[in-house]
Design a protein around this ligand. Structure first.
Ligand SMILES: Cc1ncc(COP(=O)(O)O)c(C=O)c1O
Length: 451
């Protein structure tokens, strides 16, 4: 619809009221939100603060991203210093030193020969980048027929067309047309019947990886480029991988020359007690996508880590010609690189990944103590994450969890995340044992209040 309200040359307006109308809030029911907005003005360490100064304990690290805690002084200072020294350097044909430094530091955290880092600005961009690298990789090595991409039901890979195509969350797909062609999906790994109330990786479900053999047989391996999965599916409600499942996927991909991509946008940077889930599970994928925790949420950044062999496959042809026609204006933005370096220093100096690993049993026990609370159908934990499934209100799927999130924020000073009828938790890795107790005490009261 053409705008009729202002001439194209009008100066920016002054005195526009700061009401809630103009901002279309993402992944949020706007009308309900604007009736009772959950506003945040400030943050420090484990807490958010509302505009009127009320403290809210952060049970979700913002959006699974502030792993080092909020507004940490070294990260703030690094961003400030960088802004004063270099605001922007072109991402194509030029570079700044911190981009190389950060890539080397990330490569040092990954297993095996996952050593080549491509930067972008979000998890969604990271996923689309990895999928494009997979397609281009097969193309340049002479197997251009490998164009199929395999994702998984209940997978979340962001909101780009690539990500929603391989993703398996129906609501994220159904309004957006035909998506990418040539995509298939593995079955989800969750079964309440076989896995309810499991701490860590469930015993049941490794066999679900065998479905990849069926899919490959159906399409023929010569048409399949890559498989992408989250090692632990976060956004769909915390679904840890069954024991042995990822190893099986790796073996099947190897058998058929298919690239395996781990989407570690949530699991990267300590969430499961290791730098990457690949290390926790002893399975090295061909590419890892990351975002969120790389800057502890302070500046947008994402990226793909590829094995040496993938990078080297592109390094052919005349040296003055671009090898991969892909990139973003803000790839390796100076502010993001500065924030990333300061964040990695904090993770190292405060041993935050090890801290998450040590806290995992305490965290899991605290979460499982909710078992038996009326209305709690299942609890899953792995690393410093938990998914808690609630019973639905009749004919209103998701309403109880929504109400729980509202009450937690407004009445109990706790931030939780919801997906469907599941409450999801993933606190900053600096969380203390008393704060873990506080999170689950508050949550118990919230759940009782909405039943
Ligand atoms: C596994 C995974 N991939 C991709 C994304 C998308 O990241 P972003 O929202 O930064 O685009 C997310 C976001 O939660 C995620 O959990």
């Amino acid at each position: 619809m053409p705008s009729t309200s202002r001439s194209q040359n009008a100066a920016p307006p002054v005195g526009v009221p700061n009401d809630l109308d103009a901002f279309w809030v993402p992944f949020t029911p706007n009308r309900a939100f604007k009736r009772a907005p959950r506003l945040i003005a400030r943050a420090k360490d484990m807490h958010y603060f509302t505009p009127d100064g009320r403290a809210v304990l952060d049970g979700v690290a913002g959006l699974w991203c502030t792993n080092a805690g909020h507004n940490r002084d070294p990260i703030v200072a690094a961003i400030q210093d960088q802004a004063a020294a270099l605001d922007y350097a072109p991402a194509f044909q030029f570079a700044h030193p911190k981009s190389f430094e950060l890539a080397s530091r990330i490569a040092a955290l990954t297993p095996g020969d996952l050593n080549r880092v491509f930067f972008c600005n979000s998890g969604s961009e990271a996923v689309d980048t990895a999928l494009k690298i997979a397609l281009a990789y097969h193309h340049v090595r002479g197997e251009a027929s490998r164009t199929r991409l395999i994702g998984r039901e209940r997978g979340y890979h962001g909101v780009g067309f690539g990500g929603i195509s391989v993703g398996g969350i129906v609501a994220n797909r159904r309004h957006f047309g035909t998506l990418l062609a040539g995509v298939d999906h593995l079955p989800a790994t969750y079964s309440r019947e076989h896995q309810a109330f499991t701490k860590g990786e469930p015993d049941w479900g490794a066999h679900l990886a065998d479905d990849l053999e069926r899919i490959v047989a159906l399409h023929d391996a010569s048409t399949v480029a890559a498989v992408i999965v989250e090692p632990m599916a976060g956004s769909t409600g915390v679904l840890p991988p069954p024991k042995g499942y990822l190893q099986k996927l790796r073996a099947i991909c190897d058998r058929h020359g298919i690239l395996l991509i781990f989407d570690e946008v949530i699991t990267g940077f300590g969430r499961l007690g290791f730098a990457f889930a690949a290390e926790r599970y002893g399975v090295a994928p061909d590419m890892i996508t990351f975002a969120k925790g790389i800057t502890s949420g302070a500046v947008p950044m994402g990226g793909v880590i590829a094995r040496d062999g993938i990078y080297e496959t592109f390094m052919r042809g005349p040296e003055h010609v671009v090898e991969l026609f892909h990139g973003y204006t803000y790839s390796a933005h100076p502010l993001a690189c500065a924030a990333g370096l300061a964040t990695l220093d904090l993770y190292r100096d405060e041993k935050l990944f090890e801290r998450a690993k040590k806290l995992e049993p305490y965290w899991a026990d605290a979460a499982m103590a909710l078992k038996g609370t009326p209305g709690v159908l299942d609890i899953r934990t792995v690393g410093l994450t938990a998914g808690i499934d609630l019973t639905s209100r009749p004919d209103a799927f998701g309403k109880r969890a929504y109400e729980a999130m509202e009450r937690a924020f407004h009445d109990h000073g706790l931030m939780v995340r919801i997906t469907g009828e599941t409450l999801a938790l993933s606190p900053p890795l600096i969380v203390s044992e008393p704060q873990i107790g506080e999170i689950f005490d508050k949550l118990t009261r919230v759940i009782k209040a909405v039943m």
